[in-house]
Design a protein around this ligand. Sequence first.
Ligand code: NAD
Length: 470
Amino acid sequence: MANHTKNSLLEAITVSSEQGRAIPDAATGETMGYVPQHTIADLEAAVAAAHEAQPAWAALGHAKRSEILHKMADEVEAHAEDLAQIISQEQGKPLGGMGSRFEVGGCAVWLRSAAETPLEPELLFEADGTRSEMHFAPVGVVGAISPWNWPAMIAIWQIAPSLRMGNTVVAKPSEYTPLSVLALIELLRRHVPEGVLTGISGDREIGAALAAHEGIDKLMFTGSTRTGREIVKSSANNLARLTLELGGNDPGIVLPGTDVKAVAEQIFGGVFINTGQTCASLKRLYVHDSVYDELVEALGTLAEAAKLGPGLDEDSQLGPLTTAQQFRIVSELVEDAKARGGRIVTGGEAAPDLGPHFYKPTIVADIDDGARLVDEEQFGPVLPVIRYSDVEDAVARANASDQALGASIWGDKDEARKLAERIESGTVWVNQHGTLNPMVPFGGVKQSGYGLEFGSHGLKAVANPKVITF
Ligand code: NAD
């Protein structure tokens, strides 16, 4: 276990047990701190302050705001270890690898990228002495509602571009991981005037009130498809512009004759990142007959070797499920797979000796579409591996889902690249899965949502398009 020295960042945001709600350590279930429980009155005050602060923030201009975003990134880097420890404890992901230190590093990278991405007015038309240009003006006040799986990273994806474009922000973290986000916001707020960025901690009710608030001009939402639908309904009243990053059930297709040794580790990483609790992790793998047995065995070996343990243990590679509810969902889907004759290659059970929500990394073979584990988003450390013999059939099955966030194709690069055009998905990766780049837009289609984040597309998504003709 890591040697815990005093975490001054955690101390700065936690309140006393009488004033706040206990937040459990994801690995042990023991209380790690108390989070303030904000009320509707606090939300009202935050939105009012955001309105008041917005004109001056917009008037600062891009160059000054970009400078401030860089200072925020410096601040995050200066407190990186404290923030990473809070995330690992609260959310459960390991400190190392693609874990909480990586998440905190990503926060700084996305802040700097939002600061540096150029966004010039676009020439739309020019003839006979008339010119039309598209400009990108601030939207106003942005509501930012985030989930619990990558709490700080997803919050920064919403906050950084919004601030860069001259908006002010009211951010509502998941009720399961508020400390990680309030800690991040505490660092960012050191560099902006009052009202520019406020964190509101609360449950679904506070989220619904924020989404429906008349004072919100744009809502950035990342979470489940079910909640996304509720948010669309509330936007009928305030006409808030929406970016919806919703759930995914990402397919992977392994082509005939693929070199298993060349892809197995990457596939494993694409599935088990953050213990499978990642919107765009690989969630169902279609493998051609010719390499099926070899790949199943290779994945089984990797899963057995992966070290499961508390996030704060330096040598953990996978952590616990973050919530009791997610632990139940994963257990249920695996039991259903077993009942349907799915073959447990490795795992297939909890690891209660480690803590209440640990589930062993699991590979399920000889399973088919129609099983809940294939059709539903498991959001946990379990991969169903489905056999196919005809590539056309694999493409049809990959496209059969109503979720369409990410997908990947593995094998010959040219063949995979061609096939990528026929996959219905926001992103299709070739010989990789889940790699994100702050300059490359990311977003879902179908029931996985709409709107893009990152790069200049992401900046435009938090701006009002304005045509000037002269
Ligand atoms: P969730 O929808 O339950 O909660 C997300 C947030 O919405 C929380 O802050 C919650 O308090 C709030 N909320 C709940 N009800 C609300 C309402 N009626 N109005 C407004 N806000 C409300 O999702 P979750 O369980 O926290 O996250 C897991 C889901 O998020 C998975 O489906 C996952 O795939 C998805 N996800 C998607 C992406 C992406 O980029 N597409 C990224 C991460 C997670």
